[in-house]
Design a binder for this molecule. Structure first.
Ligand code: 13P
Length: 252
């Protein structure tokens, strides 16, 4: 009943010209995959061009961040009003935003509410550091991130949200979490927390992605876990074999 969803997060890669060339190269391949929703979350400057290139494609477009205000004196920021014509989704609270730009749970919550107010679907990212993992704090930390990010969000809005669980130690390292590790945390720290907040019926409808060194060769393993509904893919979404990754993610 949950439509699986694999999103590419390009991070700070690709010029506008490179972005357009790339999506034109892969869009037909992605359109040919059924039973899987896919998206590219691209740098803000590439949103208009990528959205135009994908206008007749089933591939969705996402932003990687947005401001917590609609307009005003916020030098360098890009507002939900600006991204809305081009973006179906927006990644919020990626660990790189939290680590390098000081984003807090409270800010992620504020941005999530504002994105929803502008009909942009948030992909809310959560995940623990290596130190937290080794200290046995993963469960409490991730569950706390989820509660804080969703504070005050209605059930109707929750149904539009995607959660991405990305253990920080698995991002860009080649050290992917095992299916049991990732699926276990997704079940106990994410879905069970959603059930506690919104009830089990709602929790069963929410799509939860795994992220961290997902590649064409390991996506099928993740998708075999009953609680993993897709992936948020960094490095491997910059290569043409992202099409293979998405196709390999379709479960029988
Ligand atoms: P990698 O797939 O490069 O590990 O990145 C994961 C990620 O951070 C996606 O948001």
């Amino acid at each position: 009943m949950r439509v699986p969803f694999i999103a590419g997060n390009w991070k700070m890669n690709m010029t506008v010209a490179e972005a357009v060339t790339f999506v034109n190269e892969v869009k037909d391949g992605l359109d040919a995959v059924s039973g899987m929703e896919s998206a590219f979350c691209v740098p803000a400057i590439a949103l208009p061009s990528v959205a135009a290139a994908l206008s007749r494609s089933s591939v969705f477009v996402g932003a990687q961040n947005m401001a917590n205000n609609e307009s005003g004196a916020y030098t360098g920021e890009i507002s939900p009003v600006m991204i809305k014509p081009f973006a179906d989704y927006v990644i919020l609270g990626h660990s790189e935003r939290r680590e390098y730009y000081g984003e807090t749970d409270a800010l992620v919550n504020e941005k999530a509410k504002l994105a929803l107010a502008h009909s942009i679907k948030p992909i809310i990212a959560c995940g623990e550091s290596l130190a937290q993992n080794q200290a046995g704090e993963t469960q409490a930390f991730v569950s706390g991130q989820i509660r804080a990010a969703l504070d005050g969000i209605s059930t109707a809005d929750m149904l539009k949200i995607v959660i991405a669980y990305e253990p920080i130690w698995a991002i860009g390292t080649g050290l992917s979490a095992t299916v049991e590790q990732a699926g276990g945390i997704i079940k106990t720290a994410v879905r069970d927390t959603l059930a506690d907040l919104y009830g089990n019926d709602v929790a069963q409808q929410i799509r939860i992605q795994y992220g961290g060194s997902v590649k064409p060769h390991n996506i099928a393993d993740y998708m075999s876990h009953p609680d993993i509904d897709g992936a948020l893919v960094g490095g491997a979404s910059l290569k043409p074999d992202f099409v293979e990754l998405v196709a390999n993610g379709v479960t029988a």
